[in-house]
Design a protein around this ligand. Structure first.
Ligand code: ZN
Length: 310
């Protein structure tokens, strides 16, 4: 657990058993709040992180889920069972998946295959009466803070970002890129890339959402993967730059392009991008799962576009 700003702590969830992969944010206030909780495999890390601050999950009043992908919300049901005082807040489109995770699990199986159980563990449902569906612009007070929920499609249609009023922090989930940190990659620098995983990724919608969020002038972007970007403009800039770069891959794809080709092109892009940033000859193996998922997401986008199903 690391205190990043006034009452905002980041706790490493050790997603996929790896440090610096995904974090949960604890907002200390009259009504303590967690933002994103990872998969059920992360639960012991949340319990330990809270214990380090003399707290338990019974102290948590609000659990906020940015979207229902398993690395953010797979453990929501387990956390809610262990946090009897908490209510869960999420995007209106996320509610049914949290209450009945069967489709979510099937969708994740299509993306992750046999790795799903080892990566994420069980997916428990959340009781519907404990879920609050948060429309665009709705607010929740945690005491000295107001959390404003924003509908932020582009990465997922069930994605919301949360702006907090005290420090101008934006909890961005997967919307304002992914921040690869040294403790995850083993590199000696931070690298930012958009996350384009299936099945809703749409570069045009991502850019519209980024523009809208940036106009709100957040001071800091708190990424679920991983940690804060201050000033926030840097996160918007690396995500925009990445989307523009990925457009050059997408432009060459057809609905029948093999996934292996998309992956090759993405690896080439990342290598070129790192070189431009002054980091030649970097070992990309820590990004293997992201390269796989992001390639799948770009291909699914091209296939859906061809079918008129965006
Ligand atoms: Zn994620």
């Amino acid at each position: 657990m690391t205190e990043l700003a006034d009452g905002i702590h980041c706790l490493d969830l050790w997603e996929e058993g790896r440090p610096g992969r995904a974090g949960t944010y604890l907002l200390l206030d009259d009504e303590p709040t967690l933002v994103d909780v990872g998969s059920s495999r992360s639960l012991p890390h949340i319990v330990q992180g809270l214990a380090d601050l003399g707290m338990t999950l019974e102290d948590i009043a609000h659990v906020v889920i940015t979207h229902v992908h398993l690395d953010h919300a797979g453990g929501a049901g387990s956390v809610m069972e262990a946090a009897p005082q908490a209510v869960l807040h999420c995007h209106p489109r996320a509610v049914r998946h949290l209450v009945n995770p069967a489709r979510l699990r099937a969708g994740a199986e299509a993306v992750y295959g046999a790795r799903i159980d080892a990566l994420f563990g069980p997916i428990r449902p959340v009781a519907v009466k404990r879920v609050r569906s948060q429309e665009d612009g709705s607010t929740v007070s945690t005491g000295s803070r107001r959390l404003t929920f924003l509908d932020t499609p582009g990465h997922a249609k069930h994605h919301c970002c949360i702006l907090e009023s005290r420090g101008g922090g934006l909890f961005s989930g997967d919307t304002v890129g992914e921040r690869f940190v040294p403790r995850f990659t083993g590199w000696d620098f931070v690298y930012g890339l958009p996350t384009t995983s299936p099945s809703d990724f749409d570069p045009d919608v991502v850019e519209r959402t980024l523009d809208r969020l940036q106009a709100l002038k957040p001071r800091t972007v708190y990424h679920t993967h991983f940690g804060p970007t201050t000033p926030a403009a840097e996160a918007f800039s690396f995500t925009h730059r990445g989307i523009e770069g990925l457009r050059s891959i997408i432009a060459d794809l057809t609905p029948t392009s093999p996934l292996s080709l998309v992956k090759e092109r993405l690896v080439d892009y990342i290598r070129g991008d790192l070189e431009r940033l002054g980091h030649p000859a970097v070992d990309l193996s820590p990004l293997a799962l992201d390269i796989d998922l992001n390639s799948q997401g770009m291909l699914v986008y091209v296939q859906k576009r061809a079918l008129g199903k965006l």
